[in-house]
Each structure stands twice: as C-alpha cells, then as structure tokens.
Write a new protein. Structure first.
Length: 289
C-alpha cells in the first residue's frame, strides 16, 4: 500500500467487493506480538523474532486463545507467573517431534555411503558428528547405533544440542517409546536398545558415544572445521530464510573439508555451490576438499 493510501478503506477494481482495510488492526497486533516476543526472550532466551512470523504468530495466538487469554501481553504475564503454563507454551513453539530412524531413506544413505567414507577417512581419530536441533536425542542415538554397526569399537563422538533444556535432559536419559521406534528395524532396535517396561533404553555402547548440551543455534559460534558430519534436520523450517541461510553458512564452516551436511527432507540449502557444497544425495551435501 502506498504511504498516501487511505487507511480505512480502499478503492476496489470494478466487480471486487470493497472490504475495510485490515492494516491498522494488524499493526496493533504486530506491536503486541513484538512486545510479546521481547518478553519471551527475556524469560526463556528464545528469540521468536528469528522465526517465520506468520506461522509462529498464528500458532501462538491460537494457543493463547485456547488457554483463555487471547491478549498476548496478558498471556505473557501468565507465562511469567505459571511454570506449567510456560512448559506447555514451550512445547507448542519448539515442536520437539522426532523419532529413531526418522526418514529411513536418509539413514540408508548415511549407513551405506556417507559413514563408511567418513570412518575410512579418519582411521587415527574419532569421527565427530553434531546433531543440531537434536530434540530428545533420537537422531543422535540412531547415528550412534549405525556407527557401532559399522565400526564396532565406536570411534565416533556425537554431540546433540537443542535450545530446549527439557529435551536435552530427556536426551541424556536415552529412553524411547514404541511410537518413537516405529521406523526402526526390529533387529537393530533389539541389538542397541533394551526393553525396560514400556520403553526402549539405549545401551551403554550407544550412550558412551553421545553427549548433549543446551544451545541456541542462532547464537552458537561452533569451531571451524570441527565436525565430519552435521545433521540439521527439521529445525530450520521455522526460521526466516535469512536466518536459515546464515545458519547453514555457520554449519558449513563447522565442517571439515570432505565433511557432510544432512538437512531435513522438506528443506533446502539456498546456494550450495556458494557455500562450497556438492549435493551428493538427496538432502545431503559434501563440503569441498
Ligand atoms: C522437530 S525437532 C527436530 C529433531 C530432529 N532433528 C529430527 O529431525 O527428528 C526441532 C528441534 O529444534 C529445536 N530448536 C528450535 N529452535 C532452535 C534453536 N534456535 N536452537 C536450537 N534448537 C532449536 C526445538 O527445540 C526442537 O527440539
């Protein structure tokens, strides 16, 4: 809309119904949303301003409405004073869904092509991998199981990081439901996990390969050339394109030459060649030597 256009109505082309201009209301909501994001940032360190606004704002407004507090600033006060409410809110915004062997076709490529190459390339040192946005650890434990399959001695070192402390604590426990295990082969599941009650507990052999840390991908500055493999799947979908591209650049910088970046099966790297990446398999890139 031009700066001089009227704010309370617009001239419609013939045949189009004239509706009141929605902008003033959107602006009011916009300010409220920005103030809400500022409040959430000081409460949790999570910067919602870096996430795609339309999607995130809709999700938050719907959630606040369902909780009976449609006014976002009033809802912010509720989050400040009620720990349980804050937990529910974090579940809603961080979307922690994951599973063991999620997207099995990606794991097949890792098992048959990528990991053998990386393990062979690092005969005298540990292969280092990063599950960036690891949620409750399913991805890191799946990778650990494949490393054990391929290299029994376990020369891998896998770090999982997530912004959500509760997920990191869960990841450290290494316990998964049947639902989490629905894509896993029974044989591998029984080899690397033990049945405890209703859950699958990662065996010591896997746990010794993984560690977890709280970390915000948007603030972390990982060491250059630190990893042979970075998995960053199903995490950047909520970020704006600029934030996602800048993150991909930092992830690539953290890879050794010849290392691999694996992204989610609905995601893209904008300009892989400019980052020095070759696409080797679907959603899989190798950093130039
Ligand atoms: C859908 S899960 C993906 C888990 C796993 N990578 C997978 O594909 O199954 C997305 C995770 O990203 C985390 N996340 C969101 N924003 C983040 C950020 N800025 N820094 C680190 N983790 C973040 C969420 O807490 C959530 O656990």
């Amino acid at each position: 809309m031009s700066a001089t256009a009227p704010r309370t109505g617009r001239t419609s082309p013939p045949g189009e119904i004239s509706r009141p201009n929605p902008r003033p209301q959107a602006e009011r909501f916009g300010d409220e949303y920005v103030a809400f994001c500022d409040g959430v940032r000081s409460l949790t360190q999570i910067d919602l301003g870096q996430y795609k606004r339309g999607q995130m704002e809709r999700r938050i407004r719907t959630f606040a409405q369902r909780r009976g507090t449609p006014d976002l600033l009033a809802y912010l006060s509720a989050l400040r004073s009620d720990r349980a409410e804050l937990e529910g809110f974090l579940d809603r915004v961080t979307i922690n869904v994951s599973q063991l062997w999620r997207n099995p076709e990606q794991w097949r490529v890792l098992e048959r092509e990528v990991l053998p190459e990386l393990i062979a390339a690092a005969p005298l040192r540990r292969m280092r991998a990063w599950s960036a946005g690891c949620s409750y650890g399913a991805e890191a434990y799946t990778l650990a199981a494949l490393c054990r399959e391929l290299d029994g001695g376990g020369r891998a070192e896998i770090v999982g990081t997530d912004i959500d402390r509760r997920m990191v604590e869960r990841a450290e426990r290494g316990r998964f439901s049947d639902e989490d295990a629905r894509s896993a082969s029974r044989e591998l599941l029984e080899r690397w996990f033990t049945r405890e009650g209703e859950e699958w507990q990662a065996r010591r052999e896997l746990r010794s390969l993984v560690r977890f840390e709280v970390g915000d991908l948007l603030r972390m500055r990982p060491r250059r050339d630190a990893y042979d493999l970075v998995l960053c799947r199903n995490t950047v979908i909520y970020f704006t394109e600029e934030v996602r591209d800048a993150l991909h650049e930092r992830l690539v910088a953290s890879l050794r030459p010849g290392g691999y970046l694996v992204i989610g099966s609905t995601e893209r790297v904008s300009r892989p060649r400019e980052l020095g990446l070759d696409a080797t398999h679907p959603f899989t890139y190798r950093k130039s030597q």
